[in-house]
Ligand binder design. Sequence first.
Ligand code: RRO
Length: 312
Amino acid sequence: MADLSTSIAGVKLPNLFFNASGVCCQHEEELKTLLDSESGSLITKSATYEKRLGNPSPRYVPLPGLGSINSMGLPNEGYEYYLEYAKKYDYTHEKPLFISLSGLCLEDNVKMVEAFVTADLPCILEVNFSCPNVPGKPQLGYDLEAMENALNVLAPLIKKPFGIKLPPYFDIAHFDAAAAIFNKFDNLSFVTCINSVGNGLAIDFETETALIKPKDGFGGLGGTMVLHTALANVNAFYRRLPNKKVIGVGGVTSGKEAFLHVLAGASAVQIGTQLKEEGPQMFSRIKKELEDIMIAKGYKSLDDFRGKVKTL
Ligand code: RRO
């Protein structure tokens, strides 16, 4: 038997898989389908202070064999909806609840965090520093000074263990600089790598037209085409953050890519594009595929191979 259980922020997950924030998690009905699935946990859509309708459609398009492009623009019900959901959540359930927050400014993040801290719930916060799709709002994760300032304010407010969702980095100097900041915050317990690769452009060859409407067709890339960027980010932060955990996300379509994420250092694995395309029944398939790989390789638990990628 292969044991897929893991822990994040000091909380046990029955298995390492859950949704990437943004997929299947804006409304309660969608969250219910995750609860009813074989996922090991669930995370809500990134919340802003006020409800948002998001960008005009088409704003998500699958790119067959490659992944997806999206510029959703943070459609969500407003943080109070997710706070109410978190208050009603049955914490005796084996799946812990993650809540994603993505304030449009630091003040909004502060107000939302304060509301969750006041409610004193056992849910786990993942603060999104990397939405690529709000016109006029750069990704916080690419402004290291602003990100450190945000952590200086938010980490002491949150007090308990929390995580941040990061954009992909592409330069060793940026891995070093970002990790040096993260290591200053003891209760920053995990980093989730990666958000979509921001501002790609997908064009239809026949019609010579951009595939999505917002931002002249520019949007975040996800799925198979970002796997290797995701693995690099997971491994770069796994190596540099010895007292923190990494949640891997990007390019997972089967047990094989999930195995590679764990080998790179992931303690849990989130799935976005493939979940959107296949639906939550995907979790039972991918669990079985990873179990079969572990049994074939003689690994009994994730600890047996986490972070153990060999180099030449
Ligand atoms: O809603 C979005 O457009 C979105 C968000 Br908040 C994010 O963090 N990542 C993404 O690919 N899309």
